[in-house]
Structure formats: structure tokens, C-alpha cells
Design a protein around this ligand. Structure first.
Ligand code: NAD
Ligand code: PRE
Length: 306
């Protein structure tokens, strides 16, 4: 695979940035990968495992001469990072981000990007409950969606080049506007995470069930909740604080449905429960028939870029 960018700067060296570093290296997509993380410990680990070609103590230094800058920090840290790097960006460079929320990132980062630098926000729909520079792996993005939310005046060539990099890492790219992205993700990712956090919290609070019983007798459904609820607290705090309206809208609807199901259970309305579960089962089957079941990605089974 041909090199897409001469110099890529990764700001934040956690799960997503380290996975990008591995994927870019594996496919030879970047001439040089420069990295920066705020924590000295993350920088030391990145040095130790040889994650990047160079590690820098500041974000400003890392972006010098880069033709692609990737902001891979928690959403709440995007504004400060963008303000720091803004004056140091090379004219003609592209800045993208991987934040799980898009409208708030556009508002935080956009004003800090100087004229002549292209800002193309993005979000890979791929992750695990792990974080930090050791957690990344090259196959993370294979066969996953990577959404881009370019602004209406985005440069077509810069967008196509970024798309080329992402596709060469094995992902499928789709473009949409940021408010729509935030609503879709509130349904498919943000509210489900909150529900998982709550369910695990409830189990933890339940005095009549001991911790060892919760661990020992975890059926598959609850086990999945515990994996999701082990996700990074900083990342998820920021997601909920920055995608507030869409998440509250979905949680409002969720609560209404939950009350209806609760009433059906209390009144013995089996028909309501049966009809509801029949409808949701059809949705799952539709996902599988459409070949959209990425819950079990083909880690290691196919090569990035085909
Ligand atoms: N983990 C996922 O499943 C997932 C999936 C898709 C997108 N995202 C998004 O990607 C971004 C990064 O997530 P991650 O899972 O890779 O995080 P992570 O917790 O693994 O790593 C975050 C990194 O950012 C660094 N950092 C924090 N504040 C910083 C600052 N002010 N300046 C410089 N570095 C800073 C940390 O030191 C760490 O290296 C987040 O915005 C998140 O919403 C995460
Ligand atoms: O599999 C997981 O661990 C994830 O939760 C990944 C997941 C998600 O699918 O909701 C989490 C947050 C992201 O912004 C994108 C992907």
C-alpha cells in the first residue's frame, strides 16, 4: 500500500491513536509518525514499545511539519489541544479527530484551526473497553465504519485523501452531518453505555446478592454489560457532558418504553411483552441479513486494505 501522508502527528496515545499507529505502520501509510500524550507515563510506554517514530513532550512540537494531525484525546480535552497546536500547524495540513461526539468537537476545535488548514472531523465506530498506549492493535478498524462529518465548505481533495488513509486501514467511510451523527450515536452507543453502567451499578448495590455471586453466575448478557461498564471513565464522562441533548432525548424515550414494559410485567400482559420482543428480534435479524453484524469483527482474519 502506498504512503498517504509524509508525516502524521498523533495527539493522545491511547487505544485509538495506538491502533492507528499499528495499522499505518503495517500498511506503510505514513512516512513518519510523531506522537504526543499529556501524561509522561503514556509517553514513556510509547517510547518503550516503539509505537511512533518520534515522541514529543508537547503537542505543539509534535505537529511541526505534519501533513496530518489526529486529535485522539477525550472530547473534553479537544479545545485545549487545538488551542495549543493552532499556531504551529503547517499550511495545507489536515486536522482530524476521532472523538465520539462531533458537534461539540467542531465547536471546540473549529475556531482554533487557522485559515489554509483543513479540519475534517471523524469518528471510528470501533473500540474496546481498554485504554492507553499498550491497548492498540492494527486490526481494530478492519471492517468497521468510520464516520466523517466534514463541514459544508470542506476541501474535497483533503477529504478524499483522509478517506484513502482510513480505507487503507480497513474501515468503511461514510459522511454525515454532525448533529445527525450525535443523534445516531446517542441511540447506538451512548445510551447503551449508560444503561450498562447503570445495570452493573445496580448489581453492585444489591445487598442480597454478594459480589462473588455476581461474578460467578454472570450470564452472557450481564457479562457483556460488565465489559462495556469497564470503559474509560474520563472518555465517557466527556461523551455524556458533550452529547447532552441527544442522550437525554433517547433516555427519555427509553424510560417511557421501560415503564410500559414494567406495567406489562406487573399486569401480566404477556401479549405486550411477546409483541415487543418479536419486533426487536426482527431488528437483530435484519442487521445480520444486511451483513451489518460488526459485533464480531474479523480481527486478524483479513488484511487491512484488502
Ligand atoms: N475507546 C473507544 O472505544 C473509542 C472509540 C472511538 C472513538 N473514541 C474516542 O477517541 C478518543 C480517544 O479515546 P481512546 O479510547 O483512545 O482514549 P485513551 O483513554 O485510551 O487515551 C487517551 C489519551 O489521551 C491523552 N490525553 C488526555 N488528555 C490530553 C491532553 N489534554 N493533551 C494530550 N493528551 C491527552 C492520554 O494521556 C491518553 O494517551 C476519545 O475522544 C474517544 O471519545 C474512543
Ligand atoms: O466495543 C466497545 O467497547 C465499544 O463500546 C466501542 C464503541 C461503541 O461501539 O459504542 C464505543 C465508543 C465509540 O465512540 C465507538 C465505539
Amino acid at each position: 500500500m502506498a504512503q498517504v501522508y509524509d508525516r502524521v502527528a498523533l495527539i493522545g496515545l491511547g487505544l485509538i491513536a495506538s491502533s492507528m499507529a499499528h495499522a499505518m505502520r503495517e500498511a506503510g501509510l505514513a512516512g513518519h509518525i510523531a506522537g504526543h500524550a499529556k501524561s509522561a507515563e503514556s509517553r514513556a510506554i510509547a517510547e518503550e514499545i516503539g509505537l511512533c517514530d518520534s515522541i514529543h513532550a508537547t503537542a505543539a512540537e509534535a505537529v511541526q511539519g505534519a501533513d496530518l494531525v489526529v486529535l485522539a484525546v477525550p472530547v473534553g480535552a479537544m479545545a485545549a489541544v487545538a488551542a495549543e497546536i493552532g499556531p504551529h500547524l503547517r499550511p495545507g495540513a489536515t486536522v482530524t479527530d476521532v472523538g465520539s461526539v462531533k458537534q461539540a468537537v467542531i465547536e471546540a476545535v473549529g475556531p482554533e484551526i487557522p485559515e489554509g488548514v483543513h479540519f475534517i472531523p471523524g469518528h471510528p465506530l470501533a473500540g474496546t473497553e481498554h485504554s492507553g498506549p499498550r491497548s492498540g492493535f492494527a486490526a481494530l478498524f478492519r471492517n468497521r465504519w468510520w464516520l466523517l462529518t466534514p463541514l459544508p465548505d470542506a476541501d474535497a481533495d483533503a477529504t478524499a485523501r483522509l478517506r484513502g488513509l482510513i480505507e487503507a486501514m480497513g474501515a468503511h467511510v461514510e459522511e454525515m452531518d454532525a448533529p445527525h451523527h450525535d443523534l445516531v450515536l446517542a441511540v447506538t452507543s451512548h445510551a447503551p453505555h449508560l444503561i450498562a453502567y447503570t445495570m452493573v451499578g445496580v448489581a453492585d448495590d444489591l445487598g442480597r446478592v454478594t459480589d462473588s455471586e455476581v461474578i460467578r453466575y454472570s450470564a452472557a448478557g450481564f457479562r457483556d454489560f460488565t465489559r462495556i461498564a469497564a470503559s474509560d471513565p474520563t472518555m465517557w464522562r466527556d461523551v455524556f457532558l458533550t452529547n447532552k441533548d441527544a442522550t437525554l432525548e433517547i433516555l427519555g424515550r427509553f424510560t417511557e418504553e421501560l415503564f410500559a414494559l414494567q406495567r406489562a410485567i406487573r399486569t401480566g400482559d404477556g401479549q405486550h411483552l411477546f409483541d415487543y420482543f418479536t419486533r426487536t428480534r426482527a431488528i437483530r435479524r435484519g442487521i445480520i441479513e444486511a451483513g451489518q453484524d460488526t459485533a464480531a469483527p474479523d480481527f486478524g482474519r483479513s488484511k487491512a486494505g484488502g
